[in-house]
Design a protein around this ligand. Structure first.
Ligand code: ZN
Length: 254
C-alpha cells in the first residue's frame, strides 16, 4: 500500500479503535446478567503538577492537544488568578502522570486525579491559586473519600524524570490545611538502626534509583535536591512513617 493510501486507512483504524474504547464493554467470554448495584470507580490519589508554560491560554491548548512527548491532559488546571478549569471528568482517565509509580500503584493515571497549576516552575505560586487548590482538594477528598494524605507531586511518582511541582510548591501550607504529609515539629530523632532509605519506600517512593528518590524527597521536604540522607532526614522520615495516618480515620467504607 502506498504511503498516501495508507494514511486514510490508519486514520480509519484509529477512529474505530477510539470508538471501541468508549463503547460499553461486555466480555464475550461471559453471559451478560446485569446488576444495577454499581457506581463509577473512584480515584484514590491526587497528583499535583506545574504546567511549565507561559500562560493559561497556552496551558489550556497543550492540555487539549499535545506537548513534545505526545498527547496530554489533566482533570483540572488552576490559573494564577485562582480560576479552576476542568478538562476531563473525574471518573475518566486523564493523561498527566506517565511512567512511574507510587507505593503499590503502578498505573497512576488510572488511580488518580491530575491537577495542573499554571506556573512556569521558577515563580512562586500565586496566593489565589493555592487558595483554589485547597478548595478543590477539600472537594475531591470528600466526594471520593480520597485519604487526605494521598496528595503527591509528579516528582514523587516519577523521580529523576519529573521535577514538578518543584521546590517553590508550598507543601507545608498544604499540610497545615490537612493535605499531604509533613513531619511533626520537634519530633524525636530516629532511633539507632532506623533505615531511612527503606522508610522512603514505605512512604511510597520507588527505590529503583535510590539517588533519584532521595532527590525527589529532599525537594519536597527540605527544598533542595541533595541525593544523600542525613540525620535530619532520618528524623523526618521516622516522623512521617511511624505516626498514625490521621487522615484515614475519617474515611468510611460503603
Ligand atoms: Zn507534571
Amino acid at each position: 500500500m502506498s504511503a498516501h493510501r495508507l494514511v486514510p486507512f490508519v486514520l480509519l483504524l484509529s477512529a474505530a479503535l477510539t470508538a471501541c474504547m468508549h463503547a460499553p464493554v461486555r466480555n464475550p467470554l461471559a453471559t451478560w446478567v446485569p446488576s444495577s448495584n454499581f457506581d463509577a470507580r473512584r480515584p484514590s490519589l491526587v497528583v499535583v503538577h506545574y504546567t511549565e508554560q507561559d500562560s493559561i491560554a497556552q496551558s489550556l491548548d497543550t492540555l487539549r492537544t499535545r506537548n513534545s512527548g505526545g498527547r496530554v491532559s489533566s482533570h483540572y488546571l488552576i490559573g494564577a488568578d485562582g480560576r479552576i478549569y476542568q478538562l476531563v471528568a473525574d471518573t475518566e482517565r486523564a493523561w498527566h502522570a506517565g511512567a512511574g509509580r507510587w507505593g503499590t500503584i503502578a498505573d497512576v493515571n488510572s488511580a488518580s486525579i491530575g491537577i495542573e497549576l499554571d506556573n512556569d516552575g521558577a515563580t512562586s505560586f500565586a496566593e489565589p491559586q493555592v487558595a483554589s487548590l485547597l478548595v478543590l482538594l477539600d472537594d475531591l477528598t470528600r466526594r471520593y473519600r480520597i485519604p487526605r494524605t494521598h496528595i503527591i507531586g509528579h516528582s514523587d511518582m516519577a523521580p529523576g524524570r519529573k521535577s514538578d511541582p518543584g521546590v517553590l510548591f508550598p507543601w507545608q501550607r498544604l499540610a497545615k490545611a490537612g493535605f499531604g504529609t509533613w513531619p511533626i515539629d520537634g519530633s524525636p530523632p530516629a532511633p539507632a538502626g532506623f533505615d531511612a532509605l527503606r522508610a522512603l519506600g514505605t512512604l511510597g517512593y520507588a527505590l529503583d534509583d535510590p539517588a533519584a528518590a532521595i532527590r525527589a524527597y529532599r525537594m519536597r521536604y527540605r527544598g533542595d535536591m541533595a541525593d544523600v540522607l542525613d540525620l535530619e532526614d532520618a528524623r523526618i522520615l521516622y516522623s512521617l512513617t511511624t505516626l498514625p495516618a490521621a487522615s484515614t480515620a475519617d474515611i468510611t467504607a460503603d
